[in-house]
Design a protein. Structure first.
Length: 129
């Protein structure tokens, strides 16, 4: 059995993105968006659910905008353009579940730049089995 005290685990990670667990149909990822940073506008072929642990930010999903803070949850259906921005004075910390998996199992990306580069190089692909 996998077990996480997810808010604590997420807040202890300074990495931009860290894959905690990958299953056949879903994937659990924690993220820390630095002050002034963002995930970056993107579209996935998978569903995504984001839950915010600390910090404040702005969610942009499918042309709509909403402020987000600790305890908020945002659903991003597959195919919707989205971005999440840190608008606060502290890191914006969250955990997200992708269904099906979106990233390489056990991937750790220290910065957004590293994450973007590895995605562009095809080195951040989800498991095929």
């Amino acid at each position: 059995m996998e077990h996480f005290t997810i808010a604590t685990v997420a807040e202890q990670s300074a990495d931009f993105r860290r894959v905690l667990w990958t299953g056949e149909h879903t994937q659990l990822v924690i993220m820390t968006i630095p002050v002034g940073g963002e995930i970056g506008e993107e579209v996935h072929d998978v569903d995504q659910i984001l839950t915010f642990v600390s910090g404040t930010g702005k969610a942009k999903v499918g042309g709509q905008e909403k402020n987000v803070a600790q305890g908020d949850l945002v659903v991003v259906p597959a195919g919707k353009k989205h971005n999440f921005l840190n608008t606060g004075v502290n890191p914006l910390v969250l955990y997200t579940v992708y269904g099906p998996p979106e990233h390489a199992d056990k991937a750790v990306h220290t910065t957004k730049e590293e994450a973007d580069r590895l995605e562009e190089e095809g080195k951040d692909e989800p498991p095929t089995e």
